[in-house]
Write a protein that binds this ligand. Structure first.
Ligand SMILES: NC(=O)c1ccc[n+]([C@@H]2O[C@H](COP(=O)([O-])OP(=O)(O)OC[C@H]3O[C@@H](n4cnc5c(N)ncnc54)[C@H](O)[C@@H]3O)[C@@H](O)[C@H]2O)c1
Length: 273
């Protein structure tokens, strides 16, 4: 380990179980010397697994529904009390679409579900930053990261309304990131991660298709949750101080590929050979 986050204080949203990307970020942040508060929706607490992570990393848990300003204000105030000062890093690792869960086709969305998914997956990032900004809770040269997926830029049919939520999320990172940078020297970025086998990921129809296709297309293969955590740690460290307003691809090269030999082989007409 490199002590990259020695003395830094953070808030980590979204560790549900040991497959969660946020779970790996918490483990890695702990190894790199950070102290932090873990948070998740009250309903996720009932599953209880987050307690194991809290014990392992010496962290406290503060439940917060990321769509509730009251919960977020309480979270940020209590976190500063517990951690003894301002916050150096925040991970937003939250995503949920009821249309995806219920199997509603994109062309026939239930708009109450669309609203809810948008509130949880995208607007929550604005809410979190609103509270941090207005409470002056971030340290100078702090870092805020949200996780996203490339369906924000390109079509992946069964990613459904999560594609739109991610596009909005990435835009919020730039828009809010401007004010955070100008006023507090805080950087705001999104990390666009490969398909990863987690609770949220597996909810997408045909998910193994996404996963296997991306694996075959990417020169380095898919990035794992742990590798995503490693990258996130560098974004929280002082080694990336001048990176802001970016959507950072963490996908083994997938996003710049046209076609790979392996995929091409599946389509070559045998009579040509
Ligand atoms: N798994 C993938 O393939 C993949 C790829 C790219 C990006 N991502 C993104 O990574 C992030 C983390 O997802 P994951 O794959 O680790 O899955 P996950 O299911 O482990 O994490 C999603 C988290 O969102 C939390 N959440 C849901 N509603 C909430 C609310 N109202 N308030 C607070 N928290 C709430 C859940 O409790 C859960 O902890 C998400 O933004 C996801 O879209 C995932």
């Amino acid at each position: 380990m490199y002590n990259l986050l020695k003395g830094k204080k953070g808030i980590i949203f979204g560790a549900l179980d040991e497959n969660s990307i946020a779970w790996k970020v918490a483990e890695r942040a702990h190894e790199e010397g950070a102290t932090f508060v873990l948070t998740n929706a009250p309903i996720a607490m009932r599953m209880g697994e987050i307690k194991n992570l809290a014990e392992k990393t010496g962290s406290e848990i503060i439940p917060a529904d990321a769509t509730s300003m009251e919960d977020l204000e309480n979270l940020v105030e209590k976190s500063m009390e517990i951690l003894g000062g301002k916050i150096d890093f925040v991970l937003h690792s939250i995503g949920m679409s009821i249309n995806v869960r219920k199997g509603n086709h994109y062309t026939n969305s239930n708009y109450d579900f669309t609203h809810k998914g948008f509130d949880v997956s995208a607007l929550s990032f604005h809410r979190v930053m609103n509270v941090l900004y207005n409470k002056k809770a971030m340290s100078n040269w702090g870092s805020i990261v949200a996780l996203t997926y490339m369906a924000a830029q390109r079509v992946f049919p069964d990613y459904n309304d999560m594609a739109d939520n991610k596009a909005y999320l990435e835009s919020i990172a730039r828009s809010f990131g401007y004010y955070f940078g100008r006023d507090y020297k805080v950087r705001v970025n999104t990390i666009s991660q490969s398909p990863t086998q987690t609770r949220a990921g597996s909810g997408v129809k045909g998910f193994t298709g996404f996963l296997n296709y991306a694996e075959k297309m990417s020169p380095l293969g898919n990035a794992s949750a742990l590798e995503c955590a490693d990258y996130t740690i560098t974004m929280f460290s002082d080694l990336t101080k001048m990176v802001t307003l970016q959507n950072l691809m963490h996908d083994g090269g997938f996003s710049n590929m046209g076609i790979s030999d392996v995929i091409m082989d599946d389509f070559i007409d045998i009579t040509e050979e």
